[in-house]
Design a protein around this ligand. Structure first.
Ligand code: HEC
Length: 100
């Protein structure tokens, strides 16, 4: 019992120390590229997952991005029209393409 009391004091002190430290939020440049087609990406691609899924892929070819959009539609049943799929493809190729 005595041990638990000591533990409680130690924990409370540690928490207190954390709260007293000035909180610094690191500056991070917003990595999502705004631009033509972004509203479509926002409307069609971010309803199931965050933009991180796109960013994590790095720069990729048009074939890769077309394949991903198709995968979302075919496997995950994303309700994306052909017209929007094309807009999204152009956006991804322009901002996250590797020139291939
Ligand atoms: C209907 C839901 C849904 C929509 C809409 C959707 N996705 Fe996904 N997406 C998923 C799921 C589910 C996964 C797989 C998640 C996992 O593996 O953890 C995924 C994964 C991904 C990945 C990771 C790579 C991979 O192959 O798994 C990328 C890139 C991606 N999505 C891009 C897109 C893009 C671009 C769009 C818009 C065209 C989109 N997603 C729209 C459901 C969706």
């Amino acid at each position: 019992m005595k041990r638990m009391a000591i533990l409680a004091v130690v924990t409370a002190t540690a928490l207190h120390a954390q709260v007293n430290k000035p909180v610094e939020v690191p500056y991070m440049p917003f990595p999502i590229k705004m631009g033509k087609g972004f509203e479509t990406v926002q409307a069609q691609c971010l309803m199931c997952h965050s933009f991180g899924y796109v960013l994590n892929q790095g720069r990729q070819s048009r074939k890769f991005w077309r394949g991903k959009i198709e995968k979302m539609i075919v496997h995950f049943k994303a309700p994306i029209s052909d017209k929007d799929a094309k807009i999204i493809e152009e956006y991804l190729v322009e901002h996250y393409g590797n020139g291939k």
